[in-house]
Design a protein around this ligand. Sequence first.
Ligand code: ADP
Ligand code: MG
Ligand code: MG
Length: 925
Amino acid sequence: MAQSPTTSDRPHVASKRYIYAWGAGTAEGNGTMKDLLGGKGAGLAEMTLAGLPTPPGFTITTEACNDYFNAGKELSAGLWDDTVAAMKEVEERTGKGFGLAANPLLVSVRSGAKFSMPGMMDTVLNLGLNEETLAGLIALSGNERFGWDAYRRFIGMFGRIVMDVKAERFDEPLEARKHVHGAGAKDTDLTVEDLKALVSEFKAVVREDTGREFPTDPYEQLDLAIKAVFASWFGKRANDYRNSQKIAHDLGTAVNIVTMVFGNMGDDSGTGVAFTRNTFDGTKELYGEYLVNAQGEDVVAGIRTPEPISQLKDEMPEAYEEFVRIGNELEAHYRDVQDLEFTIERGKLYMLQTRIAKRTAAAAVKIAVQMVDEGVISEQEAVERIEPAQVDQLLRAQFDPKAIKSAERIAKGLNASPGAAVGRAVFDADIAVEWVEKGEKVVLVRVETSPDDFHGMAVAQGILTARGGATSHAAVVARQIGKPCVAGCAELVVDYGTKSARSTLTGTSFAEGDWISVDGSTGEVYVGALPTVEANFEEQPELQTILGWADKIRRMGVWTNADNPEQATQARSYGAQGIGLCRTEHMFLEGGRLPIVQSAILVANVATRAKAKVAAGETLSADDQAAVAQFDAAMAKLEALQQGDFEGIFKAMDGLPVVVRLIDPPLHEFLPNLEEQLVKVTRAEMSGGASEEDKVLLATIKSMHEQNPMLGLRGCRLGIMIPDFVKIQTRAILNAQVAVRKAGGNPIAKIMIPLVGHVNELRVTRRFLEVEADAIAEAAGVDLDYKFGTMIEIPRGALTADEIATEASFFSFGTNDLTQMTFGYSRDDAEGGFLLKYVEDKILPYNPFQTLDDAIAGLMKIAVDKGRSTRPDIELGICGEHGGDPESIHKCEKIGLDYVSCSPFRVPVARLAAAQAVLATTHDK
Ligand code: ADP
Ligand code: MG
Ligand code: MG
């Protein structure tokens, strides 16, 4: 397709040029001008330039919208004159007159922002109708029913969108009229008389609700509609949508004025929506729906059940052929799947919209790989086109097939957006939000959804509707925000009044608050909460292909945080290249080990002091001797158990680095809660006396109690106070390494010290550790091969990283603690408390525990530079939760880390995000 001819400046009265027109094979704008013209306007211009059949029209720019709001909701001076001039041009191009009874021009007034926001803003169709132009329309078309149908639609739409009349006010008389023709009557069953009656009923509704007559002057209609479309930019649903999709609020919407073409002129007319490939499963086929004798929104709104697009081939073969050709052309031009809107007016095809199609995660990876195979896009582009959230979705759980067999299936609808959703049924979007805020999981159940339900859909686990097809609002939005959705479940009778739904298939009902399970991959609906199983990564070859391409692009390694061999194996199958954090304390809690740990902790202090006495040449009391014996026995057991754990992990990660962090949390975490123990002892004392054991335990807990345990005796501090923890863990790690190596493996051990704020802490710990290492090396008769490093998670550690690097061969940024300590927030308290409000009120732009804060990233950068200044080959990674967050991964790329480490399930996401970070950085340059 051609680039636009140079757009010679259009004469304008306003101080700026606000208008870009198209028609008769030429356009003043083009496809690259989305910022100014919005996606819809740019697409219409581009299609027109390509010679495709579009109805003539013009775009009022996003700038006009922003200037409108900046001026306190006033159209910029001169804009109206320029609009009228542009209307005159459309009149010339169509040979019709706006408000001209003899040959009326009708237009649609359509919103259209830079980013597509399906259904979030408003469009008015059939504008320009009044009693006179209606008469002309009927006379010209020779179709009275069509004329009145267009008119009642116009009054309803204009009344709702421009005059703020509630939609129900029009729905009620419409439903009543339909009902006269029987229970399942459709809008096409309405007679001319019905439609005429509806028009006067609609007008009466407008009069009652707004206190004014429905405007008859087409130019007044136009003026009001333009302002209403501008206003819809700041409407609640558009705002909610932008917040959820992180779209800027200051972009504004363009307004497109488009000559009406009519799909409701009879059985040789129709309207539809289609995708150039299947956006549900990625199959290469035209995928969509259409309705005969229908207008604009009917397909999307689920008014009637639409026909699959393949049927158009038989019904209107010529229009179908042309549409297929145009679809192929547009896809080739944009090099991506297109989402197309078309209308057929008496056999003639018109294109009304083209945009990049939203798709499911499964379709996204399939289509990206297809298009690389077809030579349409490069591997890099394929990697860029997949969103990290989509990878996440592909690894999401499905219902357990065993549970499905015995589950109570009550209905089956359309599999509109894949995934398994379990939650309590709610029938209202506001209630969904309320319940989710209380910590409930909900499934939103509606007859059909509209853009007003978006906030409820966004928080629900899944969405279930009784009406609407694959391109219905529920389906399109659910796919886009990655929620499982079953749509058009006709077997379900939803009753908002009683807040319940009944299956006509099985007779089963469920009410608000009942658990239901919906399977968006199959369309099946169950009562009760079904168990789920994890998705199978091995069976997703396209995903693996894309991640393979990502691996070629990314610079940073992707490691994982894993504490046992199962997690390690899982992560490795997802592509992890090492363990960046193996937390040893979890091993203390597993499989009945807690009593051993407690037995050591109870005497840890006494025993440690006793050992110091021995070292100083003193003799020990019997009590001291007993304490040492108890302590050493318990520690020896722990050492043996941990060695077994490490052997398992080294085997699972054979040939890959394993960073083991020595004990980190305060010891009281391994003891019973102080209050509970106090209550237990006090109760026992009142009824005959507490056991000696319980009393000693209580005393120990009391003696270890700290005001601020997170800032207390933990991490390297604990190791310095009770060096045996460091010693046994070192021995367990290194003996495991020796054992696995002897068995022919290739274990790569890295020992990491937590919570270092001063280089001397590291120095002292290192000395304990090296004594053990030397002894093991001697005993085993081998050279040990391990690396020694530290976490950087205390601000002072980051600020003195040059000193610390002299003792550490690697740093791993513990960004959970680093964030907590730099902000001075206690994470556990903050996230449950004020942090929510901070984010809501935009005191903070986002939760810094989820996405790395820029100041923390800045602190890391200082540590990176300082660390490299004294040890140029220092290895740098991150093991905080941020290591699996795509936005944070971009920041890690920027500050030059060597790897990110995240939980096993985030590994595939991180592989993709790390590649995208490289591509984004090269684009920046
Ligand atoms: P959205 O952004 O919600 O898709 P649109 O502006 O595309 O809204 O319009 C809503 C519906 O009306 C679409 O189905 C569209 O194809 C149809 N439509 C818009 N303008 C015209 C027109 N000039 N003639 C016929 N149908 C139209
Ligand atoms: Mg549209
Ligand atoms: Mg920490």
